[in-house]
Design a protein around this ligand. Structure first.
Ligand SMILES: [Mn+2]
Length: 325
């Protein structure tokens, strides 16, 4: 952490970014760190590959976030880019090239397994696979910078922790997420509001959509693997964002009899984002990497091109290695 802390201290123009199709963890880290860096006089920008999904608008009441289409000024002269919640440059899309061209330094701050296809210098980046959220690492980073927490800094970070632990469901048997959340709650956060935005914002249409998806789950390997398919035509017909599908796989994982799940989301014709979850008996990190993606031991994903039938066959082939023996 020391290298990154020193870099932050000596940098004046800092850009904060996160992966495409952003989630509550990466976004929470960005907004928290934005206000922390502002407090110590840095010039900070939040620049992401994608705009904010609807449910996260509450984090950006000031309209700070920029995307490649809405840049307020060029990215020239940036001293440091900090990238939260991924260590995969491909997930920055075309922004990665802009950052490489314009920034003196780029550091990843993340809790996903380091990728074999993009090795990182562990001295110059912060990768902690034991952290339950990237927010947990950012909490330590803010403390190391000796910035005092206030509600503006604490609320987004609380969002990170609540989101990535799914309300403390995935705490990796560590007291740390609870301890950090308790620390953050001392700073006048409207926790109920955060919970409502993250988990209580379904529309009637979304519930209808869920009913359809959950009715059509496929089971493979004697019911040990659940397969969920989300078709673009259904999202389009109902006017739902892709982000609205993010919580489905966690609902499916609540089925007691399954050991793992895969969700296929069609983002464009013949282009799928596939999410993998495991209850802990089998790792899905290597499985995702073998299919061109990455992630955590028990929560990972990839994107693949081809028809649903072709891609499903490839994914089942990869699961065969886990379940087949
Ligand atoms: Mn995360």
């Amino acid at each position: 952490m020391k290298h990154v802390v020193d870099l932050i201290k000596t940098s004046q123009n800092i850009v904060l970014s996160t992966h495409t199709q952003p989630d509550g963890d990466g976004l929470g880290c960005q907004f928290s760190f934005y206000w922390a860096l502002k407090k110590i006089g840095k010039r900070v920008r939040i620049v992401n590959p994608d705009r904010l999904p609807r449910k996260y608008l509450f984090l950006d009441e000031n309209g700070i976030l920029e995307t490649p289409n809405t840049l307020r000024s060029s990215l020239e002269g940036v001293d440091l880019v900090l990238i939260f919640d991924t260590n995969d440059p491909e997930l920055l899309l075309e922004l990665w090239n802009s950052f490489k061209t314009h920034s003196k330094n780029i550091c990843f701050v993340d809790h996903h397994s380091a990728l074999k296809r993009h090795p990182l210098d562990p001295e110059k980046n912060i990768i902690d696979v034991n952290a339950s959220s990237t927010g947990q690492i950012v909490f330590e980073l803010i403390k190391a910078l000796r910035v005092d927490f206030d509600s503006q800094i604490a609320m987004p970070l609380y969002t990170s922790i609540i989101f990535d632990t799914n309300y403390f469901k995935y705490v990796r048997n560590s007291p740390t997420p609870h301890l950090i959340a308790a620390e953050l709650l001392k700073h006048q956060i409207d926790a109920q509001k955060v919970h409502r935005h993250l988990f209580g914002n379904h529309s009637p249409v979304k519930l209808k959509f869920l009913a359809h998806i959950l009715t059509n789950i496929d089971y493979e390997f004697d019911g040990r693997l659940a397969i969920v398919r989300v078709q673009k035509k259904d999202l389009d017909r109902l006017g739902l964002e892709a982000d609205e599908t993010r919580d489905i796989i966690d609902m499916v994982m609540d089925i007691e009899s399954i050991e793992a799940a895969a969700l296929f989301r069609e983002d464009a014709p013949s282009q799928f984002k596939i999410s993998f979850r495991s209850k802990g008996m089998y790792s899905v990190s290597q499985l995702a990497q073998s299919l061109g993606g990455g992630g955590h031991e028990f929560a990972s994903g990839t994107t693949m091109n081809g028809t649903y039938v072709e891609i499903k066959a490839k994914v089942l082939g990869a699961f065969e290695k886990i379940f087949g023996s």
